[in-house]
Structure formats: C-alpha cells, structure tokens
Design a binder for this molecule. Structure first.
Ligand SMILES: *Cc1c(COP(=O)(O)O)cnc(C)c1O
Length: 409
C-alpha cells in the first residue's frame, strides 16, 4: 500500500526535522576554512551556550548522544577515579556501564524506576565518601526510558549539603529545549546533549558544555584520549574544533534550528512542550480509566515534557500495537526500554511539534488500541483538546482573535 501524507514521528529521538532545517542543509560542500563556514560554526557554538545558559564553552562532536557521554568521562576523569551514578532507567544505567568500561570505579545508586532521582540518597552517598574519592556525579535530567524528569537544582543542593567537591555532570539529551535548563545558575559543571532531540536536527552531532572549573580539569586530565580531547579542540582552526573535517551541512542545519529556537524564544519553546505534554497526559489519563493502561510515573510534576511512558496490563503486547500504529497508521511510537521492555510504550512529544500533530498522534494511538482490542477509557481525545484549550486561554488571556482569511474574496 503506498503511503500518503506525512509520517508521524512520536519517538523521543530522532525527532522531526523541520523543512526549514532540511532546506538549510541542502548545500554544496565548501572550503571549511573560509569565513562563511567558520563564522557560522563559531556562531553556533556561542549560541548553543545560550541554550545551555552558560558562560562556559560548548564543543561539538560528530557522534550521537553516546559519543557525548564519553566526553566528560575521558576529559574530566582518570582511570581509577570514582563516579557516582544514580540509576533510574535504561539510559542512566548505560552511562554507568560506559563509565565502568572506561575504567572508572562506578558507584551505582540503584533507585526506583518510577520516581525522579532522590536527592537525599545522593547526599547520603556523598556524605559516606569521607575521603572525597568521588570525582563526579553523573545525573540524567530526563530519563527517556521512564519519561521522568528529575530536579537538577535539588541534586546540586544535595552535593553542596554534603560539602562534597565532586563535579556535577548532567545528561540533558532529552531535556534541553524541552524542560527548563540553566547550567550556570544551577551549578552544573558539564552538560551534554545530542542533535536529534530538542534541537530538531538529524542524528549525528553531540554537544558538550563545560564551565571554567571543568575546562581547567580537562587541561591536566591524564585519561588517554585523542578524538575527544578538548584541549586540541580549543585551537584556532575549524579543523581543530571538529578534530577533522567539520560536518558542514549539519552545521548549516544547526544554524537554522538555533534561529528557530530563538525566534520562538527558549521559554516559549519549553512552554509549548509543557502544553503539548499536558494534552498527552490528559488523554492517557482518560484511556487509563479502563484499567489496561497507566501513566508510568505516579508523580504528576515529575512527568517529562519530552516523552510519556505508558505501562500496559500484563496480558497486553505493546509492541504489536506499536507495529500496527507504525505499519498501518504511519505513527512511530517508542518501545518500553530496560525494565519496561514489553511492558510499556512511549509517546515522544519532543522537538518540532504543534497541537494538530499531537492530536493526530493521539488519535492514531487510539485507533491502534481499538484495532488491537486494548481496553481504553473514552474521551481521551476530548480530554487532550480540553487541556489545550484551557492552556491556550491561560497563556494568552488578552489575545484578540485574528479573523480567518475571508474565502469569499
Ligand atoms: C537519546 C538519549 C541518549 C542516547 O543518545 P543517542 O544519540 O541515541 O546515542 C542518552 N541519554 C538520553 C537521556 C537520551 O534521551
């Protein structure tokens, strides 16, 4: 059957790449040492610092989020150093595994999978480390596997309350440009993200931001590294910034996506994500009334603006429903990951999305639920529309209505 119309991408990465970004990338290759490119690349790195909200420095790596994960591990830590990793889902677990693999002594704090990271547990682990062997705390702001966002300010407070000098390193891959993030204000020493999430770009770039303290540590760090070495990348040449040939077209795309984020306004981008996420949650709550589905996170304020994890009753195969949605209704959903494998599905609502796209996605999911005979309460779509209508009223109480174009003319 030929597919018509747009595919609905409701995965929490990759996310939709806006047409504007695709067009901006449609360029011939060029001399990357010429000012046209090098000025654009440096403007992107400077503007990314605004997105991270830091006066520190941002580096770009050809690689995905996993590549970005490795950057602080080899630039800020030496083999044998200890790191503390609060683990609450598949992504934090994988980051901990990477740290172990790179010969860092890794203290995994095994935390509940349906709750945000517990700052008290982190504080207790740091207090127990009287000799200050722990050199860094690695925290994931939005655990994409569970759809749960944690309070990074509370974790900073926990580190301070324990009077511990550990670096605070944050995975903001699923949260940057979806949830509030303020690196300097929050006392984050190093933060990282990837291109294919809130930045609305194709996969293939990782970004890492460091403050002065972290940059200073990187200068003398003796962890063997080459491609990821930040000291080489601080040189004057574009060749050095990317440690080799720059990703030319992706940088033009990044320039466009940053322009789009600033045109909308970073706060408004976050507000839009919250609005759309509220609509998804309202819909799922209505579906859940039939007893076969449930919002994974019981704490409303910890539910992420980027992705919603929905648990299914034990007799339901969520992956069959996802396949049906993908193959018949052009709607790609996220799978349950880690402990939630085969027990949940996820609706991504991150990146270049608007109200009709979200409503279309929810309608396609409801269609797939019905086709699969999965019990769901009525009124999900209505609840989503109601949430959007209420939110819009709250956001723009004074906005006058612009008349729709008069089609009699
Ligand atoms: C997507 C994601 C990653 C991994 O990124 P890749 O680009 O797939 O390597 C890591 N952490 C979080 C929180 C993510 O959402």
């Amino acid at each position: 059957m030929p597919q018509r119309g747009r595919i609905f991408l409701a995965t929490p990465g990759p996310t939709n790449v806006p047409d504007r970004v695709l067009r901006a990338m449609h360029r011939a290759a060029e001399d990357f040492a010429a000012p046209a490119f090098s000025d654009t690349a440096s403007s992107c790195l400077e503007d990314l610092a605004k997105v991270f909200r830091t006066r520190g420095r941002v580096f770009c790596f050809i690689g995905n989020g996993h590549a970005a994960w490795e950057v602080p591990l080899v630039n800020l830590l030496e083999p044998g150093d200890t790191v503390l990793v609060p683990v609450s889902g598949r992504f934090s677990q994988s980051w901990a595994e990477m740290a172990e693999c790179l010969e860092l002594r890794t203290i995994r704090l095994d935390l509940p999978r349906d709750r945000p990271l517990d700052p008290d547990a982190i504080e207790a682990a740091l207090r127990a480390d009287e000799g200050h062997k722990i050199k860094a705390v690695l925290a994931v702001q939005t655990e994409t596997a569970t759809g749960i966002s944690s309070d990074m300010v509370a974790i900073r407070r926990a580190i301070d309350a324990a009077r511990h000098p550990a670096l605070f390193v944050v995975d903001a891959i699923a949260s940057l440009a979806a949830e509030p993030f303020a690196m300097d204000e929050w006392g984050v020493d190093c933060a990282l993200t990837a291109s294919q999430k809130g930045l609305m770009l194709p996969p293939g770039l990782g970004f890492v931001a460091l403050n002065d303290r972290a940059l200073g540590i990187a200068e003398t760090c003796r962890h063997p590294r080459r491609y990821f070495d930040l000291n080489f990348r601080r040189g004057e040449q574009t060749y050095q910034w990317f440690h080799g040939t720059p990703p030319l077209q992706q940088i033009w795309g990044l320039r466009e996506s940053l322009d789009m984020l600033f045109e909308e306004g970073l706060d408004e981008v976050v507000a839009r994500h919250r609005r759309l996420a509220d609509a998804v949650r309202a819909c799922v709550a209505a579906w859940a009334e039939a007893g076969a589905l449930a919002l994974h996170c019981p704490i409303p304020e910890a539910r992420s603006n980027a992705v919603t994890a929905i648990r299914v009753a034990p007799d339901i195969d969520p992956d069959a429903m996802r396949r049906l949605a993908r193959d018949h209704y052009q709607t790609a959903l996220g799978a349950g990951l880690g402990d939630l494998e085969g027990k949940a599905f996820r609706i991504g609502h991150l990146g270049d999305l608007n109200e009709p796209m979200i409503l279309g996605t929810l309608a396609a999911v409801e269609l797939a639920l019905r086709r699969c005979g999965i019990a769901h309460g009525p009124g999900g779509l209505e609840a989503a529309i109601e949430a959007l209508a209420l939110d819009d009223a709250a956001a723009e109480p004074e906005a006058g209505l612009t008349p729709v174009a008069d089609d009699r003319a």
